[in-house]
Design a protein around this ligand. Structure first.
Ligand code: GRF
Length: 228
């Protein structure tokens, strides 16, 4: 029987393949947490159907119903707070969250971003990697802070870029790695104490020298080469 007291809320805007990976990990008993709610700024997001099919509470709010960004975010996070999550996961949540609201959750909210941060914050990362002629691409899971895609990076996965790659092939090859990275990072955040500090990420009170990396067995590896 599932006994972890860790509670995860997931924010989504679209397809929900990262959410699906989290749900599958939970079902397999690998997540170390329970997904207590899924929230969206898009009522039509397929991710909401995925959540509901898995028996997870899923709610959407529409920005047009609120006076401004802050009012929308306050309403959204009131719904989230009601479920008392220990961790909030932005998994393809495409809406910028007001700084005032983000400030309250620093250290408790993470995001998956399809680039090797701090490179390529923002949108169209695959296209920008190709245009720059980079040989390596990847994805990062980071703490959410008021700077867009700028919070301390917890973990990354890397893929090689080939001469024939297009933005589409890169996205397609990276996506399954993103799923493994997100699952492994959520599992870690539920098992150990992760903190966002002004100097970077700390695990159980010790700063990590560099982002953890996902190895070929989908384990997160520290700078010393050992699994965390
Ligand atoms: C992912 O590529 C994620 O990195 C980015 O948005 C995409 C979401 O995909 N932030 P999905 O909705 O989880 O399938």
């Amino acid at each position: 029987m599932f006994t972890s007291d860790k509670r995860v809320a997931v924010l989504v805007s679209g397809r929900g393949s990262n959410l699906r990976a989290l749900i599958e990990a939970q079902s397999a008993g690998h997540l170390g947490a329970r997904i207590v709610g899924v929230f969206s700024d898009k009522a039509t997001a397929p991710a909401l159907d995925l959540a509901r099919a898995a028996g997870i509470d899923a709610q959407a709010l529409a920005a047009r119903d609120y006076y401004d960004r802050l009012a929308f975010d306050e309403a959204m996070f009131e719904l989230i707070d009601a479920l008392q999550p220990t961790l909030i996961v932005c998994a393809g949540y495409m809406r910028i969250i007001s700084s005032d609201v983000v400030e309250r959750y620093v250290g408790r909210m993470i995001n998956i971003h399809p680039s090797l941060l701090p490179s390529y914050q923002g949108l169209r990362t695959h296209e920008r990697v190709l245009r720059a002629g980079d040989r390596v691409h990847g994805a990062s899971v980071h703490f959410v802070t008021p700077e867009l895609d700028g919070g301390p990076v917890i973990a990354q996965t890397r893929i090689d870029v080939t001469r024939d790659d297009t933005p589409e092939t890169l996205a397609q090859r990276l996506l399954p790695r993103e799923h493994r990275l997100l699952v492994a990072t959520v599992e870690l955040a539920c098992r150990r104490e992760l903190m966002a500090t002004p100097f970077g990420v700390a695990i159980d009170g010790h700063l990590i020298e560099a982002p953890l990396r996902l190895d070929e067995h989908n384990r997160l590896i520290g700078a010393d080469g050992h699994a965390v």
